[in-house]
Every structure is written in C-alpha cells, then in structure tokens.
Design a binder for this molecule. Structure first.
Ligand SMILES: [Zn+2]
Length: 135
C-alpha cells in the first residue's frame, strides 16, 4: 500500500505548531531552534507500519523534526523496524519469498584430460625377507 503524505493544510498546521512565539521554528523532537536548517515533517508512526490507512493524516500524525538532529537518525531506525515487521508478517502468514532462477548460463563442461600411460610399479615388498640366524 502506498504511503500517505500530509496535505498542504496539515503540513502548514504542523509547521505553525512547531513555531515559537518569536516566529522561529523549533524541532519537535529535541527543541533545537532550527533557524535556516532543514527540517522535515515526519510520520510519527511510520506509515509503512500503519495497518489502517483509510483515515486521513492529521497534524497529530506528524512531527516537525530537524533534519540533522532528529529526522536522519529516526529514519535509519525506522527502516530497520519496517523491514523486521515485514519479515515477521511474512513468517506469520507463512508466505514464501519467490525463488529467483539463476539467469546466467553457468559454466561450460570441461573436457577430462586424457589418461597418461605409466609403467607399472614393481610389487611392493611388505615384509622383510626371512633371515637365517646362525648360532
Ligand atoms: Zn531535533
């Protein structure tokens, strides 16, 4: 299912919520005043983990996060959580990942080298010859 994005109206609501009385925008994750730094309106719960996507996203579903301070680390963590959730769901539903066929032709069969004729070895002497003992 596709990811829901915030509408412009909701996005504006979130930015206004993050704005301080002085007019500066602060990160809603850590409170850092962002000034001209980049920020991102983040899905508080990653949309990929949302089961019910019928509802529209509201300002409650998003958080304004500074790009450097909070968004980047959260996104990296979310990616891992999302991948894990997918694996767990697949295993729960006993889904099988489609197996891919090997597309390359593989290796050519090599010719066996011809046998080399060697002279037979003399029979090995396993025991020492019987020695006559004199008294
Ligand atoms: Zn932050």
């Amino acid at each position: 299912m596709s990811r829901r994005e915030f509408t412009k109206a909701v996005y504006a609501q979130i930015v206004k919520r993050a704005m301080l009385p002085s007019g500066e925008i602060a990160c809603e994750g850590c409170g850092l005043i962002l000034g001209k730094k980049r920020y991102h309106v983040d899905h508080t719960i990653p949309d990929a983990l949302q089961v019910d996507k019928r509802g529209k996203l509201t300002a409650e579903d998003g958080k304004l996060l500074g790009w450097e301070c909070c968004h980047k680390p959260k996104t990296a963590n979310d990616q891992g959580v999302i991948a894990k959730a997918k694996r767990v769901e697949e295993s729960y539903l006993a889904m099988q990942r489609p197996k891919q066929k090997i597309r390359s032709p593989g290796f050519a069969k090599s010719q066996k080298p011809p046998r080399i004729s060697k002279p037979r070895l003399p029979p090995a002497q396993l025991y020492a010859p019987i020695q006559e003992t004199r008294r």
